[in-house]
Ligand binder design. Structure first.
Ligand code: HEM
Length: 211
């Protein structure tokens, strides 16, 4: 596989994972506003014949993203490319996001292992999804881990979004600033969204409309 194909598939798979994250955040957020509808939504999703296919596709995309990212990292290191990124715009956040991309990716992988073990294997029984979620997040160590993961996902997205567009050849001097700002806003919304979600699920008394 040539360098261009690696960049293309790595970026494409990354953007598909962003789409999953947005849908995931939206789906789980229903728990905050309408707990009963959330249980109905979760039970309906689990009954769907299409779910195994969707889960396998998600796994394939995630493995592709992970594999190609590691491949790129190894090739870069072998080529002796250890240059540290500096920003001509003096953008410290962008520099931090870029430098933490590999370690953040690994943290997210570790988070996924724990997260899926807690909520996917085994999957809570129908009608018990929200109780299982609250039981996990009410433990301080879990909550802190979820908050870290939310920050990691936000930073990963902040750098990954712009880098993916550059790799796909979509970024040019005219649209660069728009794409950079759009992904910055998206990264912020996703990060803050998961942080608020985790905090409110951990402390249901803070939620509006809770008895
Ligand atoms: C506050 C933060 C989060 C909450 C409350 C949450 C909640 C959940 C729940 C309830 C499930 C089980 C879904 C089911 O029963 O099928 C789940 C699955 C999953 N979550 Fe999260 N999640 C959070 C953050 C994340 C993040 C940051 C990622 C990615 C980095 C992620 C990736 C996944 C994946 C891949 C699955 C498995 C999907 C499937 O197999 O159907 N989650 N999450």
């Amino acid at each position: 596989m040539g360098a261009d194909s690696v960049r293309f598939w790595n970026s494409g798979s990354g953007l598909l994972l962003v789409l999953f994250l947005i849908l995931h955040l939206g789906g789980v957020s229903i728990a905050l506003f309408a707990p009963l509808s959330f249980e109905t939504y979760a039970a309906g999703l689990h009954r769907s014949n299409l779910l195994p296919l969707a889960e396998l596709s998600l796994l394939a995309v995630a493995l592709m993203h992970l594999g190609l990212s590691l491949f790129k990292l190894i090739v870069n290191r072998r080529a002796g490319n250890r240059a540290l990124l500096v920003s001509r715009r003096g953008d410290l956040l962008a520099v931090f996001a870029a430098r933490s991309q590999a370690i953040g990716g690994l943290l997210l992988l570790a988070f996924l292992g724990v997260h899926l073990r807690q909520l996917r294997w085994p999957r809570p029984l129908a009608g018990e999804e929200l109780a299982a979620l609250r039981a996990v997040l009410s433990q301080p160590a879990n909550l802190v881990f979820y908050l870290f993961a939310a920050v990691a996902v936000s930073l990963h997205l902040l750098h990954g979004g712009e880098a993916a567009h550059r790799s796909l050849g979509i970024l040019d001097p005219v649209n660069a600033s728009l794409i950079r700002h759009a992904f910055r806003v998206l990264a912020l919304l996703v990060g803050v969204g998961f942080i608020v979600l985790a905090l409110l699920l951990a402390a249901p008394e803070l939620q509006l409309g809770q008895p």
